[in-house]
Design a binder for this molecule. Structure first.
Ligand SMILES: Cc1cc2nc3c(=O)[nH]c(=O)nc-3n(C[C@H](O)[C@H](O)[C@H](O)COP(=O)(O)O)c2cc1C
Length: 189
C-alpha cells in the first residue's frame, strides 16, 4: 500500500527458547493487519553484532566496519521501531542495548514503542531503555505493552494474547503511526 510507514520490530533476546519470538510474532501479525504499516522482523541472532568494538563512537558517524554499515542501513530504512523487551535483572537485555549502541544518527528523530514481558511486564527494563533512546534522539512513545506472566499465554511459537493485550498493542500502534507520519514529514521538510 502506498504511504505505508516502514517499521522494524526488533527482538530483544537471542536466548534458546526465548519468549521474544512468540511475542514478536504476535506484534508482527497485529501490525500487518492494520494496513498502514510495512513491518519487518529483525532478529539479532541473525545479525550477530559484536559488543561494540569499533575505535570511533557511533555519534561521530563515519562507520568503517561492514557489519556496522549494514546495520546502519537497516536502521536507516525504517520510519520507526518496536522493541520486544525482556527484563534481565531489572534492566534491558544486553543484546538490545548493544543493538541500540552500534549506530547513532540512523535512529534519530524517529518514534520507538516498547512491548515488554516478565514479572512486572518489563516495566523497569523499558523505563531504562527510554533514557537510552532519548540519548539517541529518538521519540519514545508513552503507550507501551506490559505482558505479565507471559508464559501462561505461550503455546510453543505462538503468544495467545487476550483482549486487554490486543487493546494495549493497538494503542501503541496508533501512537507509533501518528509519530511516524509526523516525524517523517518533519525529516522530509
Ligand atoms: C539473565 C536473566 C535475568 C532475568 N531477570 C529478570 C528480571 O529482572 N525481571 C523479570 O521479570 N524477569 C527476569 N528474568 C526472567 C525473564 O523474564 C524470562 O526468562 C523471559 O522469558 C526472558 O525473555 P526471553 O525468553 O525473550 O529471553 C530473567 C531472565 C534471565 C535469563
Amino acid at each position: 500500500m502506498a504511504n505505508q510507514l516502514n517499521m522494524l520490530v526488533i527482538l530483544g533476546s537471542v536466548r534458546e527458547g526465548r519468549m521474544a519470538a512468540p511475542v514478536g510474532r504476535w506484534v508482527m501479525e497485529r501490525g500487518a493487519a492494520r494496513g498502514d504499516l510495512n513491518l519487518e522482523l529483525v532478529d539479532p541472532a541473525e545479525w550477530n553484532l559484536p559488543f561494540f568494538p569499533h575505535p570511533k563512537p557511533p555519534a561521530a558517524g563515519n562507520y568503517q566496519d561492514p557489519l556496522q554499515i549494514r546495520w546502519a542501513q537497516k536502521i536507516a530504512s525504517a520510519d520507526g521501531y518496536v522493541l520486544i523487551c525482556p527484563e534481565y535483572n531489572h534492566s534491558g537485555s544486553a543484546v538490545l542495548k548493544n543493538a541500540l549502541d552500534t549506530v547513532f544518527a540512523e535512529w534519530g528523530r524517529k518514534p520507538v514503542g516498547f512491548v515488554g514481558y516478565g514479572s512486572v511486564g518489563a516495566a523497569r527494563s523499558i523505563e531504562q531503555l527510554r533514557l537510552t533512546t532519548i540519548a539517541l534522539e529518538m521519540a519514545p512513545i508513552n503507550s507501551s505493552v506490559h505482558l505479565i506472566r507471559p508464559s501462561a499465554k505461550r503455546d510453543g511459537d505462538r503468544f495467545n494474547a487476550d483482549s486487554y493485550d490486543d487493546k494495549a498493542l493497538a494503542a501503541l500502534f496508533d501512537d507509533l503511526a501518528w509519530w511516524g507520519r509526523t516525524l517523517k514529514a518533519g525529516r522530509e521538510g
